[in-house]
Design a protein around this ligand. Structure first.
Ligand SMILES: [Zn+2]
Length: 77
């Protein structure tokens, strides 16, 4: 059975790329990478402090998060 509450809330949780602990949204500015489906956003890990992550929306409307690289910063428009 599909969990209705979960389906209505697309907010996803992301883990720290270093320690897998939960990352917290800081509500920082989003820096979009060319298209509107990828952006850089700042998160907070209790262990590693602030971390910039690259978030990408997939075709299924899921969001994949990886650590932002210096290349990502060059792609900001
Ligand atoms: Zn961490």
């Amino acid at each position: 059975m599909v969990d209705e509450a979960q389906r209505r809330k697309p907010t996803q949780k992301f883990g720290c790329p270093f320690c897998q602990q939960r990352l917290w949204h800081l509500g920082s500015q989003k820096y979009y990478l060319g298209d509107r489906d990828s952006w850089l956003e700042k998160f907070f890990c209790e262990e590693h402090d602030e971390i910039w992550m690259r978030l990408s929306k997939t075709l299924e409307d899921k969001i994949v998060a990886t650590e932002a690289t210096s290349e990502d910063w060059h792609r900001i428009k």
